[in-house]
Unconditional design. Structure first.
Length: 162
């Protein structure tokens, strides 16, 4: 009887371990399906997304796979940070060559860039912000661009929860 009990216990433990592996794999697959599709500009692959809770979470999960993540925020008069979209983005390399030019129609942009120094310009409502970034050794670089609130319609914005 003791041998049967040990066999059942081992079977139960194996079943629980496999269930954990499958749920972890399913969570990864879910993140990939909730994420917007990858896009390409020349040799640069990138994603723009983060609209809605599921897509924002999928983008957060994938961000470690991209050397550069940009976040676009408007600061409301009461001090709240709100995600924003419709941001013109230009990323140039150290030689001044544009590597990526796009309009981010969502609050997050992740780009697969080779190691190097870049200038990132983000424009919202005619107000351009510029940041210098260094991508190296797979160390993710995260940059947040913040503008004063420009949109009078709060439905165009969503609250940014850190």
């Amino acid at each position: 009887m003791n041998r049967i009990h040990r066999t059942r216990a081992a079977h139960t433990a194996l079943s629980a371990a496999l269930a954990g592996v499958f749920s972890f794999a399913a969570a990864g697959a879910l993140a990939a399906t909730d994420a917007p599709p990858e896009q390409r500009a020349g040799s640069i692959e990138y994603r723009v997304g983060g609209i809605g809770a599921a897509e924002a979470e999928a983008m957060r999960r994938l961000s470690s796979e991209y050397p550069l993540t940009l976040t676009f925020v408007e600061r409301a008069p009461d001090g709240r940070n709100m995600y924003t979209a419709g941001v013109g983005v230009t990323i140039t390399d150290s030689s001044g060559n544009a590597q990526l030019e796009t309009k981010a129609q969502a609050p997050l942009l992740m780009a697969e860039l080779p190691d190097g120094r870049y200038t990132v310009s983000a424009t919202l409502g005619g107000d351009t912000k510029t940041r210098e970034v260094k991508v190296s050794n797979g160390q993710p670089e995260r940059v947040v661009f913040v503008w004063p609130q420009q949109s009078p319609d709060p439905r165009q914005l969503s609250r940014l929860d850190p």
